[in-house]
Every structure is written in C-alpha cells, then in structure tokens.
Design a protein. Structure first.
Lengths: 150, 176, 131
C-alpha cells in the first residue's frame, strides 16, 4: 500500500487532540454526559488510528506488549482493591464498595464523589488496553503464514 | 440452502404474530404516566370515612388491615403532599427489613368515590435523593458506579476475560 | 380508526425495533457465510438496545442530569435506569463479537473456507464423529 502524505500529516496532528478529548470525557463524566467506558473506547481508538495509517510493527513499538498486559490488569486491580480498602478503613462497619469511609476529606458525601472519579479512571484504563490488545491479535499477519492449505 | 430459508421464514412469521399479540401492553412512546417511571398501582378501596382520618394524619385501621392481608409492609406515618388536594404520601419506618431510615413508599390518591393506593418506583428515590447523598449531578454515573458498583465490577471482569480469550485463541509460538 | 392511531402510530418505536430484530434474526439463520451471521447478531442486539432505551423517554423531559435552571424552566427528568442497564449490555455485545471473530479466523486456518456448507462437508470427509 502506498504512503499518502495528506493522511499521514493529518493523523499526526489529530492524535494528541483525540487523546485529550477522551481524557475530558472520562473526568467530566460526573457533571455531564460521559464516563469510564465511553472515554476508554475513544482513547483506544486513537491508537488504532495510528496502526491503520502507519505500519503495524511501528504501531507495536509505540505500545509494547509488556506495557499492554500490565495496563489491562491494573484497572481491575484498582477497582477491586478500592472495595477492600473501604472495609479496612472503616474497621468493619462499612460494606464492600461504600466509598464514604475512605480518608480523603472529612466529609462523607465528598468522599463518595472522589471514589466515583477514581473508579471511572480505573475503568477507562482497562477498556483502553483491552481494545488495543484485541485489535492487535485480530490484525497480526506473519510473513510466512500458510493459511488455508491444510 | 432453500430448506433453511423456508424454515427461517416460517419462524419469523410466527414470531411476528407473537409480537403483534403482545403490542397492547406496551406503553405509548413518551408517556409520563407509565409504570416504570413513577408508580405502580396496587389496589383501591372504598373511601367512606377514611378521608377524614387521613386529613388528620392518622392511618385508618381498614387500610392497615388491607395492607396486612395482601402482604405489603405497613406504613407508620401519613403526610399530605404539598400543593395538591386529595393526595397523601405514606412512609415506611426503619424497623422494616432493608431500610436504614424512613422512606417514602406509598401514594394515596382520591379519585371519585374510591381511594387508589400506588407504590412509588424506586427510580424516584434515585432522582430525588441522589444529589445530596453522593455529590455528583449526573444520575447515570452515580447509578453505575455507586448504587450499582458491584455490577460494574463484574462488567470490567467480562471485558477483561474477552481480551484474555482472544489472546489464548490467536497467539501461537513466536514473538508478536 | 381510533385503535389504528392509538396502537400503530403512537407506538412507532416498538414497530421499528421489531422490524430490525426480525431482519437480524433472518440473517443469523439463513445466510451461509459465517461473517454475515455475526453481522446479523449485531443487528439483533442493536434493535434490543433501541427498544429498551426508548421505554425511558418522557414527553417534555430533559436529560437526567440534576441542574437548577432546568427545574426552574419547568422541565421534567427522563428515566435514568435504562441507560445504566444498557451500558452493561453494550459491553457484553462487544466482547461476544470479539471472541466470535477470533473463532472464525481459526476455522479459516483449519478448513480453508468460511462457507458453512463446505465446512460441514469437509468435516464429514475428515471422519470426525458426532458431526
């Protein structure tokens, strides 16, 4: 496939703005439309745009495989661990995911709002890593793969 | 291939007939009085002298017996709805199971000769008390991450499992 | 004439989602190519999501975000519950499509074709019992 200068230049300019927009959608999910799942998918779409325009091997260099697997488990780990922290910090009184007992501020309702924001960021990280990983697995093509001969 | 197409068309026509039969139960598009949005109708009783007792904020004994007979939790306090005539809210106390403080549970409305008893859908509690309990304005976000946080944990596990399944199926020997 | 307006024209969200649902169901059963079956599954799921969300619309209502100025203008809130449940269902649909596509890639490497009839013949020739 031949390279086209217009497509390459435009995508190089647009990719940072797409990532900034996805960060806006995740964090402003508390006072407007948005949230964790929506922002995570937009963030993953920016990496997929890079892979589609440029080569797949140069796309893999931008997000190596070790970083991909670590990020995909990190979000779930933070979510489940936050629930366990709520039990520990309330010394047995609170339930599993009751964010009010975390010691961020001195107010019960503000702790709940901050807990919701942290959970949204964790969901966004996991969804982004899984989207990029699924796309890599479906689109990888080895040089000497013999498909359909057996 | 021809046989499969005809079987599919027969199945689809049967399903079409079933959907047309069910169509009368579906609420009209955009109806503000449909059951999932505000209330569900329970029963209605005759209102001879009960209305005077309700006006003095006392629950009549006939009403309590009706609630007991049908197995609903009993209210302990009645209050008039501000701004409307002939409508009362009934509250359920905190000794009932599942409630840690008192909640607004029943809606009693006088219509013609009878008293209609409704029960509030629990979405009403989300809409009214969510902002002061969690401090976030967006109803969908605090519904997903705070009131239903356990379901979202399972949801994240589902998408993680899908990524792992694709890795297991499609990666063979050799580095990626 | 009354019932025509009330039953058919006032509930147009139900009829549209029924038509989409039946199109997707037909594509899942009667088509031969495996990719077209997966596309039919996606059309089916989208029709169900559309129907469930349209149950939460209130006439003259605004988005379910708490704000003072909308209340003072006299608007009512829509129902936030269907949005919460459908968000989970969309993620499940994406996961199912991803695993199904990877299974199709493995079947292509094994049999060399993605037409369902040829796959059935080839697996009978290979002597697989129980097919």
């Amino acid at each position: 496939m031949e390279r086209s200068i217009i497509v390459e230049t435009v995508s190089r300019v647009m990719i940072p703005f797409i990532q900034l927009f996805s960060l806006y959608v995740i964090i402003h999910g508390a006072s407007g439309p948005g949230g964790g799942f929506q922002g995570g998918v937009v963030f993953g779409a920016s990496f997929i745009l890079y892979i589609v325009v440029f080569d797949i091997t140069s796309g893999r260099k931008k997000l190596p495989e070790s970083v991909n697997t670590v990020l995909s488990s990190l979000g779930l780990f933070i979510y489940a661990g936050l629930g366990l922290l709520c039990i520990i910090f309330s010394s047995g009184v609170g339930q599993y995911l009751n964010y009010g007992f975390l010691p961020f501020t001195a107010n019960f309702e503000e702790n709940r709002a901050l807990g919701i924001e942290l959970v949204e960021i964790a969901i966004g990280i996991t969804v982004m890593a899984i989207m990029v990983s699924i796309f890599f697995d479906l689109a990888w093509k080895e040089e000497n793969r013999k498909g359909g001969e057996e | 291939m021809k046989g499969l197409s005809t079987i599919a068309l027969i199945l689809i026509s049967l399903l079409c007939a079933l959907f047309i039969y069910v169509a009368e139960d579906i609420p009209v598009f955009g109806d503000p009085n449909s059951p999932p949005i505000k209330y569900v109708r329970l029963f209605s009783i005759d209102a001879d002298a009960l209305e005077n007792q309700l006006k003095r904020s006392v629950i009549p004994n006939n009403l309590m017996d009706e609630f007991e007979k049908r197995g609903f939790p009993r209210p302990f306090r009645v209050e008039k709805v501000t701004g409307m005539e002939g409508e009362w809210n009934a509250f359920v106390s905190k000794e009932e199971i599942h409630y840690s403080r008192e909640e607004k549970y029943y809606w009693i409305k006088k219509k013609g000769d009878k008293l209609n008893i409704y029960r509030y859908a629990f979405v009403v509690r989300w809409i009214e008390k969510g902002q002061e309990e969690t401090g976030t304005p967006n109803m969908v976000t605090y519904g997903l991450a705070d009131y239903r946080g356990y379901d979202t944990l399972g949801e994240t596990a589902v998408i993680f499992t899908a990524g792992i399944a694709v890795i297991l199926l499609l990666r063979r020997r050799g580095k990626l | 004439m009354e019932w025509l307006i009330e039953e058919v024209f006032a509930k147009y969200n139900y009829w549209i989602s029924i038509i989409l649902m039946l199109i997707g169901f037909y594509a899942m059963i009667a088509k031969d190519n495996l990719i077209k079956k997966i596309i039919g599954l996606n059309i089916f799921q989208t029709a169900i999501f559309l129907f469930f969300i349209s149950l939460g619309v209130v006439k003259g209502g605004t988005a379910p975000i708490v704000s003072e100025e909308m209340i003072s203008k006299g608007y009512v809130y829509g129902n936030p519950l269907p949005h919460v449940l459908i968000l989970t269902a969309i993620v499940v649909a994406v996961s199912t499509t991803a695993v199904a596509l990877s299974l199709i890639i493995r079947m292509y490497e094994e049999y060399g074709t993605i037409q369902e009839e040829e796959i059935m013949e080839k697996s009978r020739e290979k002597g697989m019992t129980g097919v």
